[in-house]
Design a protein around this ligand. Structure first.
Ligand code: IPE
Ligand code: IPE
Ligand code: MG
Length: 249
């Protein structure tokens, strides 16, 4: 008998840590940079697959606030690749109904990249097929900090009382506030850690880890993750029986 749990809805929001580019390159006896290039191809495939499946939001971790600690050469090449990919893809994304957004601290990027990011957001903002969020110079600690700073300013101005600071208020100010919370988190590359990705937003996200290296990630790998998600029972603190009853109601 098929359990009804297999019929969980599709995740509305999928968030992915795209890890393993360096190891993929190593396996293929290539420089790390080639792994990142192959990673861009995987991004294209996965964006299309998510759109085809009716997923509403896809958030991709492209560069963490800690990735600046990598050798300067690699950081420079990653930035170049970021700029080139953005320039090259924005037209196709626009045509395909993809709305592009960025989260993370943009102030660390050079002016050219900041302008490109702003332009891409404005250019695609009417699109509704899929919201593609790129986390660039993003860190969960940074996100919580910038939210607290905004609220502290409001307290200082007198428009907010400390007692009014609530979970809802924080959720309303933090990155991705206007989007559904991530339902499914995927990390490729075999590591089982969150690496300072969406800390606040992942509170009740289903976690899925795969050994597949990011450049090898494809439609089938995405379906395997979705399938795993669909079999899970999300209880949000309740009992399994309560959840079954609610579903049956
Ligand atoms: C992820 O792949 C891409 C970025 C962090 C930019 P890695 O470059 O971390 O690949 P591994 O973990 O070294 O294999
Ligand atoms: C996480 O991968 C960041 C991105 C994929 C952009 P890392 O490769 O930087 O994570 P750690 O250092 O292994 O935790
Ligand atoms: Mg890595």
């Amino acid at each position: 008998m098929t359990s009804r749990k297999e019929y969980n809805d599709l995740p509305a929001h999928v968030a992915i840590i795209m890890d393993g580019n360096g190891r993929w390159a190593h396996q293929h006896l290539l420089p790390r940079y080639m792994g990142h290039r192959a990673g861009v191809k995987a991004v294209r495939r996965v964006v299309e697959s998510c759109k085809d499946r009716g997923i509403e939001v896809l958030t991709l971790f492209a560069f963490s606030s800690e990735n600046w600690r990598r050798p300067g050469d690699e950081v420079g090449l990653l930035m170049d690749l970021f700029v080139r990919t953005l320039k090259k893809e924005v037209e196709t994304l626009k045509r395909n109904g993809v709305q592009l957004r960025f989260i993370g601290d943009r102030s660390a990027f050079n002016k050219k990249l900041r302008e490109l990011i702003d332009m891409a957001e404005v250019y695609t903002r009417e699109n509704t097929e899929l919201v593609l969020v790129i986390a660039a110079n993003y860190g969960g600690h940074w996100d919580i900090t910038q939210t607290m700073r905004k609220l502290a300013h409001r307290v200082k101005e007198g428009s907010l009382q400390p007692e009014e600071i609530s979970q809802e208020l924080i959720s309303g100010e933090i990155s991705l506030a206007d989007l559904p919370s991530p339902d499914l988190f995927i990390r490729t590359g075999g590591e089982q850690r969150v690496s300072n990705f969406l800390l606040w937003q992942l509170a009740y996200t289903e976690l899925y880890f795969t050994d597949t290296l990011w450049p090898d990630f494809n439609e089938q790998a995405l379906d395997a993750a979705i399938q795993s998600f669909r079999k899970r029972q999300r209880r949000f603190g309740q009992t399994g029986e309560q959840v079954e009853q609610l579903k049956g109601a």
